[in-house]
Ligand binder design. Structure first.
Ligand code: THU
Length: 136
């Protein structure tokens, strides 16, 4: 996995916490924030945005990814995801698949809890044997 400096991990968690504050999660009461760092050094923030019809809801990670790609950034260095629970949460399966489209298996995914604890996984650990753009 690509190494990340502790100071950068903390910086990305802090940005993800800011994004979490903008989550719209009245149905699950499970606000999530994400910070995706592009190769250009730009940070793309995302929060989950739920919907009364449920299905149109989007996770924080895909909000951040959509913002980045729509701004022209397609290569990424790292992702941080923060919930407001004591336990760590990892990206859902749909988000893992969405990330695999653009991110390498060695990209670090920082999963942080409300308590400030975190664990860093590689994307390849989270979605091994994935089906990606190279498989078509
Ligand atoms: N959610 C995320 O935003 N990211 C995750 O990694 C897990 C789940 C959102 C989706 C939904 O709005 C709420 O959390 C509960 O599942």
């Amino acid at each position: 996995m690509k190494t990340l400096m502790e100071i950068e991990i903390k910086n990305m968690i802090s940005r993800a916490i800011d994004a979490r504050g903008r989550a719209y999660a009245p149905y699950s009461n499970f606000p999530v924030g994400a910070c995706l760092k592009g190769q250009t050094g730009a940070y793309y923030l995302g929060c989950n945005i739920e919907n009364a019809a449920f299905t149109p809801g989007i996770c924080a990670e895909r909000t951040a990814l959509s913002k980045a790609v729509s701004e022209g950034e397609k290569t990424f260095e790292a992702l941080a995801v923060v919930t407001d629970r004591d336990a760590l949460a990892t990206p859902c399966g749909v988000c893992r698949q969405a990330l695999v489209e653009f991110c390498k298996p060695d990209m670090p995914v920082i999963c942080a809890s409300k308590k400030g604890e975190y664990k860093v996984y590689s994307l390849g650990e989270l979605l091994p044997h994935s089906f990606g753009p190279g498989d078509l």
